[in-house]
Design a protein around this ligand. Structure first.
Ligand SMILES: CC(C)(COP(=O)(O)OP(=O)(O)OC[C@H]1O[C@@H](n2cnc3c(N)ncnc32)[C@H](O)[C@@H]1OP(=O)(O)O)[C@@H](O)C(=O)NCCC(=O)NCCS
Length: 185
């Protein structure tokens, strides 16, 4: 018998979702967001957090800018099923058209440490560069995500204390502001 627990995760395929694909995959994207928040990820939500709130996030906060072309939404698929996602906010004022913000890099807990986030970030960076966005910024509270971004060359600009409420408890946790300048200025 094959022990599935030790089977390596196949390499992910990274795709940019169009509005139809976002709609078709909304339930799966909501499940991934829901799972990440349930385990305490600091991605804007606090517990209790329902699957309907997760669906509403994708429907109300993501779909409109995505349909307007100012938000890139990537999906990492494994064996044809979405297992991770990442976003790039391209909505910038005229003075900041070299800049974009990375957000909601979320990997289904069952597919962690298999290179999905790294693959998503590589595609985010490739598409950002193609759009002339050479300065990428993000904020992150979690140590795993901090390790991920550090490993990809993001630099710590600073830390803001009491930035967001902890997902589980009524206390405010710090966030780290990070950036990557691919022009090397
Ligand atoms: C952070 C997160 C996206 C990483 O996803 P992942 O697919 O497991 O990451 P990868 O397998 O691509 O890891 C790439 C690198 O990141 C670092 N990293 C990722 N997870 C780590 C962990 N738990 N501990 C230490 N380093 C970690 C490592 O350097 C790793 O490289 P390695 O495996 O060769 O050592 C995932 O843990 C997640 O979804 N967390 C909850 C949501 C979240 O906090 N998102 C970030 C919002 S800004």
């Amino acid at each position: 018998m094959i022990d599935l627990a030790i089977m390596p995760t196949p390499a992910p395929a990274i795709v940019a979702l169009d509005p139809d694909a976002l709609g078709r995959n909304l339930e799966r994207l909501a499940e991934i967001l829901h799972a990440c928040v349930q385990e305490g990820a600091s991605v804007g939500f606090v517990l209790p957090f329902t699957i309907e709130e997760a669906r509403a996030y994708w429907r109300e906060k993501v779909a409109p800018p995505h349909a307007a072309g100012t938000r890139l939404v990537l999906a990492a698929t494994v064996d044809g099923a979405v297992a991770g996602t990442a976003q790039l906010d391209l909505d910038a004022m005229p003075s900041k058209r070299h800049h974009a913000e990375v957000s909601k890099v979320l990997v289904d807990p069952r597919f962690r440490r298999a290179g999905l986030a790294r693959a998503l970030m590589a595609e985010i960076e490739r598409r950002a560069a193609a759009a002339g966005r050479w300065l990428l910024t993000l904020d992150t509270a979690g140590d795993e995500a901090f390790a991920l971004y550090r490993s990809l060359g993001y630099r710590l600009a600073g830390t803001i204390p009491h930035y967001a409420r902890d997902a589980f408890e009524a206390r405010w946790a710090a966030t780290r502001i990070m950036y990557k300048d691919s022009m090397g200025y």
